[in-house]
Design a protein around this ligand. Sequence first.
Ligand code: FMN
Length: 342
Amino acid sequence: MLDYIYPLIRAGLFRLDPEVAHHLSLSALRLGERAGLLKLAFSGAGLDEPVEVLGLRFSNRIGLAAGMDKDGDTIDGLGRLGFGSIEIGTFTPRAQAGNPKPRLFRLIEQEAIINRMGFNNGGIAAGVANARRARTFRGVLGFNIGKNKDTPNEEAAADYLECLRQAYPMADYIAVNLSSPNTPGLRDLQGPETCARLLETLQREQTRLAGEHGKRVPLLFKVAPDLDDGHIRDLSAVFLAGGLDGLIATNTTLDRDLVASHPHAAEAGGLSGRPEFAKSTAVLQAFASHLGGRIPIIGVGGISSLEDAQAKLRAGASLVQVYTAFIYQGPRLIRQLARGLA
Ligand SMILES: Cc1cc2nc3c(=O)[nH]c(=O)nc-3n(C[C@H](O)[C@H](O)[C@H](O)COP(=O)(O)O)c2cc1C
């Protein structure tokens, strides 16, 4: 039912400021879940095609990418739509407001978004508390972690460690975000030596936490699509040498080539959605060829159809995530992808 009226809902939402529309949609999902309406509307039948990746069982290969449920307060509502996994965050140790508004822009004809949100979130402790309140979601829950804007890069490891410790007991996996373009200097952490040090530091804590909590939570690094071949080769070597558990490729792009004529093209921030697909998939493929199947990859960036999702899998991904196309196409897309891949 919701599938058929989504074009109408979208028309209403798209008359609103994008960020207002975002909050309204999440509130509606929370309300719909609490009132039992989502359960009636979405049966979940035919969506399951269990697959084991990262030592975890995913009910299907479709995940919600980070940044939609930044505070982890809509897990159950989003979960009803059929996602096999949901990645909440990015969380920072302390709550922060993010960049000044406006910071979210629709490029409607291109089915794209430019955002420079800047890790607006209520802090990792609030995120963990929210996740504890989730009741009905049975899928895999990832925590995406970052650093506060005012933390210098030399102290970034401490921020990631703090988030790792707090998220660990609740998380099925932890995604280390090195690739948001909206926190100054964050992408510098993708320098191979810096990255190797950070991986080693986080793994040491992961081992300690595994003992303390009696479970091993896999660590994934999330990378940018704006990396050249040499950089991808060097990073792959770091990941293989360090024994990284998994990779998420990719975050948003700084590239504007494919949307150059759009009035919003000059807005600072990361571009996502359809125009990002080719570049993001090429980077995924390059990582996959260097990693040779030894580190599982979650493919994300510009998926807007079943063919796109299949192309990510062919390029070397074991799982996929979506964000932007879900805004444009609604919940129907999730079930189309899940059924199509099953
Ligand atoms: C509004 C918005 C906010 C985002 N926030 C985050 C974030 O906080 N952390 C993160 O790792 N990725 C974030 N992303 C990136 C997405 O997780 C994803 O990597 C990217 O949008 C590419 O996928 P897509 O083309 O399906 O949207 C955000 C994307 C958008 C559009």
